[in-house]
Write a protein that binds this ligand. Structure first.
Ligand SMILES: Nc1nc2c(ncn2[C@@H]2O[C@H](COP(=O)(O)OP(=O)(O)OP(=O)(O)O)[C@@H](O)[C@H]2O)c(=O)[nH]1
Ligand SMILES: C=C(OP(=O)(O)O)C(=O)O
Length: 236
């Protein structure tokens, strides 16, 4: 029987989130306010797709979202903890503290970034399984580097170990330097964090969750177009 892992997912306040994705909305029609709204909607869609996939992983235990976004709807995927505005690593520690105070100390804790719209539940399960195997031989922490190799999309700590988050630029090297072991695995969705327009195109090629796919500013999805063209036209 495999162990479940409690997840902490940091989610930035939407109006400040994903600033590097501004070019994705720059060409959209409408007013500046419309474009700001589309930008927030994109950040929210990617977050909700990530959370849905994370919740569907069988190894996910409790799921705590630490966020500065007021009234974020989670539709039953997890619990929210309010961000204090002290930055990403402080938010992550706050989530881990919440788990410890409310009875989660027996399990390992993992931090999952919220900008993984092409994440698949089996990728997360596989990464958590590999971490569990390492923990059985005494390793205290493990991480998954992002597709560029410089960032971190998942940081997992063994049960009873203190989480030591080093998120930010160059976090993969920082986590390795702090003693965490890099996990090997294909996992294109798990490694596919979306910071830039190119990352978004890459995630769409992999296949995102439904909310990112339906985002109004998304260019036509070639795969969906192909499917539609292959479907005989009939009454709708
Ligand atoms: N709660 C919380 N989450 C954060 C904070 N900063 C970043 N995050 C989250 O951490 C993850 C990785 O953040 P980044 O990729 O740097 O995202 P970002 O800060 O929205 O993007 P940029 O504005 O382009 O730097 C995402 O899930 C963010 O929502 C923070 O201060 N508080
Ligand atoms: C905060 C991080 O994300 P990004 O590099 O995507 O900003 C990180 O990888 O630690």
């Amino acid at each position: 029987m495999h162990e479940r892992v409690d997840l902490v997912v940091p989610v930035k306040e939407l109006r400040r989130a994903k600033s590097r994705l501004a070019p994705a909305v720059a060409g959209l029609p409408g007013s500046d306010t419309d474009r700001e709204q589309a930008h927030r909607a994109l950040a929210l869609a990617m977050t909700r797709d990530t959370l849905r996939a994370a919740r569907a992983a069988v190894r996910t235990g409790r799921l705590v979202v630490v966020t500065g976004e007021p009234g974020m709807r989670l539709d039953g995927v997890g619990e929210t903890v309010a961000d204090t505005g002290a930055g990403l690593n402080a938010a992550v520690r706050r989530g881990a503290d919440h788990l410890r105070r409310t009875g989660g100390a027996r399990r390992g804790v993992a931090v999952l970034q919220a900008d993984l719209p092409a994440l698949r539940p089996d990728e997360l399960d596989d990464a958590l399984a590999r971490a569990e195997t390492l923990f059985a031989t005494g390793t205290g922490a493990a991480f998954v580097a992002d597709h560029t190799g410089t960032g971190t999309t998942l940081l997992v700590t063994a049960p009873g170990r203190v989480l030591r988050p080093r998120f930010g630029p160059g976090s993969a090297a920082a986590h390795a330097h702090a003693g965490a072991v890099a996990l090997d695995g294909e996992w294109p969705g798990l490694r596919g964090d979306v910071d830039t327009v190119d990352d978004l195109a890459r995630a769409r090629t992999l296949g995102t969750g439904p909310e990112t796919r339906a985002w109004p500013g998304a260019p036509p999805d070639p795969a969906a177009l192909g499917r539609r063209m292959a479907t005989p036209c009939g009454p709708r």
